[in-house]
Design a protein around this ligand. Structure first.
Ligand code: CP
Ligand code: NVA
Length: 315
């Protein structure tokens, strides 16, 4: 069974096909809606808040002819301690796929192990792969100029600033390597990429294929993309005061953007906190492509779901 728990669950060629079909879904959204999920129900188990991921998946499943079934973790018995193994085996008897937002990456892996249906990682503490595919599509649309979307990413430099140990930073470490990009992560000491992401990179032979620095000016030099995320991710609220203090020197400002390439883009997965990880000026600047990123969650995820459903149908 094919799942999407991390960026590399799609091979390079499968990723290329996902980008191409996402672009096609986007182009034809108002005229053509291939019903690749006709007759299917996909359950969405969410243990954390969500605006973009929840809405784009619900709308996307509907547009593909399927039925989205939103299940807040605490509304189902999983929230009262029913095992992941039993939840996966029961839901597999009813629905055709699971979309899961939770804390520990092992939870999505366990659901995939015990269930008999595709599982999509809609954000864990470790990774946010749907975000990175949508973001990469957003960049490729600008760089490909009619050529191959995936190939247009090759050699480009993305710099992640701020909480360099968070899920989105981790996912860029994996995604950038998978797509042939250069990646630098930059944040205060004590919040560097952690052991779990280093182990995943090492599994792919990418242990040394990224740069970490605590110097933001050095990091952004020559950047094609400057990316940031919240300083306090969901589940880290108890550490708020320490994090805000440690990360304050890493705010993305207009002065910092001037050190990147002149045509560099600013990106943020959102939600954003203006005046914290990024200045209001940068968020609202011409270089900012944050709402195109948000839109592309819909198109990229439709392509991801279609690829998983097609693979499941062939089994
Ligand atoms: N970027 C993102 O995943 O946003 P939500 O938390 O609103 O889903
Ligand atoms: N790093 C953030 C991303 C939100 C989409 C979090 O996990 O809260």
């Amino acid at each position: 069974m094919m799942h999407f728990l991390k960026e590399t669950d799609f091979s390079t060629e499968q990723a290329r096909a996902v980008f191409d079909s996402a672009a096609k879904y986007k182009r034809l959204r108002s005229t053509e809606r291939p019903a690749v999920l006709a007759g299917q129900t996909w359950a969405m188990i969410f243990a954390k808040s969500s605006t973009r991921t929840r809405v784009s998946f619900e709308v996307g499943i509907h547009e593909l002819g399927g039925n989205p079934l939103f299940l807040s973790k605490n509304d189902i018995q999983l929230g009262r301690g029913e095992s992941i193994a039993d939840t996966a085996r029961v839901l597999s008897r009813y629905v055709h796929g699971l979309i899961v937002r939770t804390f520990d990456q092992t939870e999505v892996e366990e659901l995939a192990k015990w269930g008999t249906i595709p599982v999509v990682n809609a954000l864990t503490d470790l990774l946010h792969p749907c975000q990175i595919y949508a973001d990469a599509l957003t960049l490729a649309e600008r760089w490909a100029q009619g050529g191959d979307l995936l190939d247009s990413l090759k050699g480009r430099k993305i710099v992640f600033l701020g909480d360099s140990g968070c899920n989105v930073a981790n996912s860029w470490l994996v995604g950038a390597n998978h797509f042939g990009m250069q990646v630098t992560v930059c944040g205060p000491k004590g919040y560097e990429p952690g052991a779990a992401i280093k182990a995943l990179l090492a599994q792919h032979g990418w242990a040394d294929r990224y740069e970490y620095t605590d110097d933001p000016r050095k990091a952004v030099a020559g950047a094609d993309v400057v990316y940031t995320d919240v300083w306090v991710s969901m589940g880290k609220e108890a550490e708020s005061a320490d994090r805000l203090k440690a990360m304050a020197p890493y705010q993305v400002t207009s002065q910092l953007m001037k050190l990147a390439k002149p045509d560099a883009f600013f990106m943020h997965c959102l939600p954003a906190y203006a005046g914290k990880e990024v200045s209001a000026e940068v968020l609202e600047s011409k270089q900012s492509i944050i709402f195109d990123q948000a839109e592309n969650r819909l198109h990229a995820q439709k392509a991801i779901l279609a690829a998983l459903a097609q693979a499941a149908a062939k089994r």
